[in-house]
Design a protein around this ligand. Structure first.
Ligand code: ARG
Length: 443
């Protein structure tokens, strides 16, 4: 007997889902940005533990921290008002002292938190070695519109060789919003600027940005799970300034060659692990890569297609197809691939007349049915049909006739089927037959 409570099941399926990512992330470089607000949030301890876990899984980590909140608090305490111009702080002689003070304090906080042994756990004794140094060279931001920004600077250089060397030796590298100039001056930098510059210069795989919200939301207050850098640029105008900073950093990193930028919440316990080790993540992924794509199937996809359609064959929703049959017909299939996993497929079988085809085996994985993927597969197949000169597509279905009817298919008698198909039509299954002329406007 197999004992499998639902609790165990969740655990087992989570672990199985995460294993490809454990493998994929090992040896990769991730830059993680934590603003000052994240560092004093109660969830920060959990974040640190998850960072320690990442490091022990062999991820090469660079942490970049800011101090905006803490600088503001210090200035407020001393009744000093800070001046901003176009969203950038003007750091005068007095202010830079408080910046140094705040950053130094935070560095000590992060280093100490990373040094706490995880008592009573198998991680106890796993030592995280963290290091910081003079890796960021800055230059003055300068004078703009007659306003001298003084000690406000921008990144000029990152000593990427030194950082790589330290990562190779197993260190977690800690950078901050302070930069140094060759003349010995200290500059206050935008933490986002340091993070994107570092990620780009190091050739990091990921830039992870911790923000106040779960990720980026669209106009209907829905979380955007994945967006391309160019689509993201279109959203910038409607954002709050905090989100704009994060999204701008994510876009800049992607443009600089970082494969994936990911925005998650510093308030949510476990968001980092969920984002990194599940397929759907926890926040917003900004990437140019083929995180989810729809394409013609290839021979390597057969295993994935079989895994997808088996449950439906068992239920009798689909007719059975053998591996052999799939191998023969693989070029007729299209698939939706989500981060390497096939979550949808369909096939288009043309008939010898060259003008009719059967749309078959349209399936979307049960966990991914909410994203209109069936519609995308249908659109994709219709445009494929058009490009092949097909004028009529028909489907045979026992259970989903209404879905097709809602999409312009019209029910007809099985007598309308092409001769070849009539021969194989199974009267036992009593499938409904529906026909559609592919829509020209569909691209
Ligand atoms: N875990 C994967 C990664 O780290 C996928 C994350 C997907 N995230 C998302 N918000 N859609 O790259």
């Amino acid at each position: 007997m197999t004992v499998n409570t639902s609790h165990h099941k969740d655990y087992v399926s989570f672990f199985r889902q995460s294993s490809p990512y454990i493998h994929a992330h090992r040896g990769k470089t991730f830059v993680i940005m934590l603003g000052g607000d994240a560092l004093t949030h109660e969830n920060f301890t959990n974040i640190i533990n998850d960072i320690a876990l990442l490091s022990s899984l062999g991820v090469r980590l660079v942490l970049v921290h800011g101090a905006r909140l803490q600088i503001d608090a210090r200035l407020r305490e001393k009744n000093i008002s800070s001046h901003f111009h176009k969203g950038r702080r003007i750091t005068d002689k007095q202010t830079i002292e408080y910046v140094k003070d705040a950053v130094g304090n935070l560095r000590a906080l992060i280093e100490s938190k990373l040094s706490i042994g995880l008592v009573n756990s198998p991680m106890h004794g796993a030592r995280i070695r963290v290091i910081s140094g003079n890796f960021v060279t800055a230059r003055p931001y300068g004078i703009h519109n007659g306003i001298d920004y003084q000690h406000t600077g921008e990144v000029r250089k990152i000593d990427h060789q030194a950082v790589h060397h330290l990562l190779d030796s197993g260190y977690v590298v800690l950078l901050s919003c302070l930069g140094l100039s060759p003349t010995g001056e200290i500059f206050n930098l935008d933490v986002e600027d340091v993070a994107t510059f570092t990620a780009t210069r190091l050739g990091a795989e990921k830039l992870i940005l911790f923000g106040r919200q779960q990720g980026i939301f669209n106009g209907h207050s829905e979380l955007i799970s994945r967006i391309s850098p160019s689509e993201a640029e279109g959203c910038l105008k409607t954002m709050t300034s905090d989100n704009r900073r994060l999204l701008n950093a994510a876009i800049a990193a992607c443009k600089g060659g970082v494969a994936r930028s990911q925005i998650i919440s510093f308030k949510e316990d476990g968001a980092l692990l969920r984002e990194l080790f599940t397929r759907n993540g926890a926040g917003t992924l900004i990437s140019r890569d083929h995180y989810e794509e729809i394409r013609r199937a290839a021979i390597e996809d057969i295993g994935g297609i079989l895994a997808l359609i088996k449950p439906l064959e068992k239920k009798g929703v689909l007719r059975r197809r053998s591996r052999k049959e799939l191998e023969r017909e693989i070029r007729l299939f299209s698939v939706i691939v989500l981060d390497g996993m096939i979550i949808g497929c369909t096939a288009l079988h043309p008939f010898p007349d060259g003008k009719t085809a059967e749309l078959a085996c349209l399936v979307v994985h049960k966990d991914y049915r909410s994203g209109q993927r069936g519609d995308r597969l249908l659109e994709h197949t219709e445009s494929l049909a058009l490009s092949q000169g097909i004028e009529k597509i028909f489907v045979l279905t026992t259970q989903t006739a209404h879905w097709f009817a809602e999409r312009g298919f019209i029910e007809v008698s099985e007598q309308e089927l092409p001769e070849e198909k009539k021969v194989t039509y199974s009267y036992k299954r009593q499938s409904k037959v529906l026909i559609k002329e592919p829509a020209r406007e569909v691209v």
